[in-house]
Write a protein that binds this ligand. Structure first.
Ligand code: NAD
Length: 333
């Protein structure tokens, strides 16, 4: 029996699991595999060098799945600022129905997309930002705890608090993002009031993820302590796999006397990180990973993974139900 949450119903998916936008990873191979397995696959717009190449990737994804998929548009500091509006225009022209936005000042892009009636999942790391985004008319908030990979924000609040704060404060339905890899996590997220989960690192370690096998094996071997927080000095804190490149970047960050971003820029360059995924030299550049890296022990297909998550979540919910026995209550309250 498929799940029925606000997320599955609005997006037309069967399992409330979204594959979050990941730089260099959100390509048609992965997005279509996630969607074919019943979740929501997402293409990463900025992984494509131009809006026109995003158009091609969207069309390619359509040939690989008949199910809904989305596009991620992340608005954060970059070494080469992209034309976000042009990427969003392609999304609208190609008839994509779902977009995951993330980052700073999403108002112009959200307004542009909402005019085309696109469903927006906006990712944020604080309740304050979530409330601002809900005023823009986003359909779902993706609440990203400090455990997450990539841009963790500057307030360091983990999901046990953040999700409950979301449940208390938000009028817009939300998903839980950061720290999720299995169905136990999905059941916990639903218990805390979320409509589903968003996973990145877990999907990097699937058969269909377009990253080198060495990266997948490194994730399988890693522990939850193997991530590093870099770029805090520039208020753009990013959780990375703790490799040589991340450690070198951190050293520059700590020792720089000027505090100028250009000193650290060569160490954190996305293009160098991309080489890691292509060539499998784990230390060549930085790449993002969440604390959830410590939970991942295998490299399944997306279908196996999503099927397992569904089964684990349903079993967990049933097990918890059994903890309550019918009959007269012992409580005097
Ligand atoms: P990039 O090579 O342009 O930059 C490398 C890193 O430095 C990124 O973390 C970026 O945010 C940061 N950075 C760049 N200029 C900065 C500045 N002036 N001050 C502080 N930090 C600065 O990055 P990329 O890999 O080509 O990616 C392009 C953009 O898309 C980045 O902002 C990236 O973080 C973002 N993105 C993130 C995700 C995600 O899932 N976390 C997904 C898609 C895109």
């Amino acid at each position: 029996m498929p799940f029925k949450t606000a997320l599955t119903q609005k997006l037309g998916i069967t399992v409330p699991v979204v594959q979050g936008g990941m730089q260099w990873v959100g390509l048609a191979e992965l997005a279509s595999a996630v969607s074919n397995a019943g979740g929501l696959g997402i293409l990463t717009a900025l992984t494509q060098p131009t809006p026109e190449s995003l158009r091609k990737e969207i069309r390619k994804c359509r040939t690989m799945t008949n199910r809904p998929f989305g596009v991620n548009i992340t608005i954060l500091p970059t070494l080469v600022p992209p034309d976000y509006a042009a990427y969003a225009r392609v999304v609208v022209e190609e008839g994509v129905r779902i977009v995951e936005t993330a980052g700073d000042n999403p108002a112009p892009i959200v307004t542009q997309l909402k005019k085309a009636n696109i469903i927006i999942l906006h990712k944020c790391t604080t309740i304050r930002h979530a409330i601002s985004a809900s005023k823009l008319g986003v359909d779902f908030l993706s609440i990203d705890g400090f455990e997450c990979a990539g841009h963790v924000g500057e307030t360091d609040i983990t999901n046990f608090i953040l999700l409950s704060r979301a449940r208390q404060e938000l009028k817009v339905p939300f998903l839980a993002s950061g720290g999720f890899a299995d169905g136990y996590g999905l059941a916990a997220a639903l218990a805390l009031g979320a409509e589903g989960i968003n996973m990145g690192t877990r999907f990097m370690c699937t058969v269909e993820a377009p990253v080198h096998q060495n990266v997948k094996q490194t994730i399988v071997n890693a522990q939850e302590t193997d991530t590093a927080l870099v770029l805090r000095r520039w208020k753009n804190t990013t959780r990375l796999y703790k490799n040589k490149a991340a450690t070198d970047a951190l050293k520059v960050e700590k020792q720089s006397t000027t505090g100028e971003f250009r000193e650290v820029a060569p160490f954190v360059s996305g293009q160098r990180g991309r080489q890691v995924f292509l060539n499998g030299d784990i230390d060549f550049g930085v790449w993002t990973a969440g604390e959830v890296i410590g939970l991942i022990r295998d490299i399944p297909t997306c279908e196996e993974l999503i099927g397992r998550i569904e089964k684990e979540a349903l079993e967990t919910i049933s097990r918890i139900k059994l903890l309550y026995t019918e009959g007269p209550t012992q409580s005097k309250l």
